[in-house]
Design a protein around this ligand. Sequence first.
Ligand SMILES: Cc1cc2nc3c(=O)[nH]c(=O)nc-3n(C[C@H](O)[C@H](O)[C@H](O)COP(=O)(O)OP(=O)(O)OC[C@H]3O[C@@H](n4cnc5c(N)ncnc54)[C@H](O)[C@@H]3O)c2cc1C
Length: 383
Amino acid sequence: MGSYVAYKLAGMGHGVVVLEQHKQPGEQVCCTGIISQKCITSFAIDENVILRQTNSAKLFSPSGRLIRLWREETQACIVDRAALDVAMASRAQGKGAKYLSNSLVRNLQVGDDRVRVEAVRQGERLNLEARAAVIAAGFGSTLVERLGLGRVGDFVIGAQAEVETIGIDEMEVYFGREIAPGFFAWLVPTLPLRALVGLLSRHSPELYLRRLMSSLQAQGKIAWDKAELRYGGISLKPLARTYGERLLVVGDAAGQVKPTTGGGIYYGLLCADIAADTLHRALKGDNLSAKTLANYERGWRKELGRELEIGYYARKFYERLSDKQVDRIFNIIKSHGIDQALLQAEDLSFDWHGEAVMRLIGHRVVSKALRAMKAPFSFRRQG
Ligand SMILES: Cc1cc2nc3c(=O)[nH]c(=O)nc-3n(C[C@H](O)[C@H](O)[C@H](O)COP(=O)(O)OP(=O)(O)OC[C@H]3O[C@@H](n4cnc5c(N)ncnc54)[C@H](O)[C@@H]3O)c2cc1C
């Protein structure tokens, strides 16, 4: 997300320096790289990083009941996440942003007229000064906390490995407490005969992932000998405050992630866009006060706030369900054709889940079942 802010600000004529702790952006990234077609178009994502386009997914309930989601047009793309970061950085460099690799930011100090950045670059101390700083350091950045902006409200751990596949050309999503308690797992084909298998869990992600991989291998869907397991935190609730004097926080560092799926690329980019515009205006007006930069938070909350709220409550509710209850919801959705109705609704999209949740819980049969399960929903429709 940092590279997108850098790209926009540099393009608007500002001097931008990006400090990256690794040799190059995207190193050690842990992400499946699924983004919507809309995200690709809106942010002009380089087509060379797209591994695959997809218009369908198979969802398996805890007992193995299948719902297949399918639309005629491409719904999502699977991108090479590391390559995406490199492409975004190179686009920002093309506009004049300067990248300092192997540069770990240790501290930021906000003064009256500048921000002092303390970093370590290849073992040497590096001190920089800037009129403002954008923190885009990903999940769990201690910089944010040290600056008094708090911590993200809730999170989960994602675990993933790259494996070989046998005859899998559709994304599969698995539900069930034995697979990924309270969350879900996935098998996502990327290149021919390759796939990413992963899951979200609040505890023991390694145990669940190894178990899932063994089960998929036993089913003949994947093969693996030595797969590297990677882990990453995913915010489920944003920071209470994402700005300060001369400071903005974007992306995972701010918790701008879909709480339903853990997808953070599109929302992070939307917020990065708002951050760059806000900062541009503040730099031009030479007013970088917290009061002025609060416009960033107002802007992104206006766009995403309700979505994040509904998504979070839907997620918390789902976490409380037993496998039997999840199976019951699958049965209702399938037997009443609710999946098809939602798929045919043109205003429902891959990126915005709040409306789908509202329509689902508004459905007569589902709402009756949810009442029996004591669902904590009482959202009023807006607009
Ligand atoms: C298993 C898993 C699967 C996921 N799958 C998807 C998916 O399919 N689709 C989706 O949309 N999202 C997915 N996500 C979420 C997505 O990866 C994140 O939302 C996204 O990467 C956030 O981008 P970011 O730029 O905010 O942070 P990051 O991608 O974490 O980038 C932060 C950058 O800051 C650098 N950095 C950190 N600290 C410092 C420091 N102190 N000094 C210098 N540099 C520093 C890091 O090296 C890194 O380059 C997934 C997450 C996980 C864990």
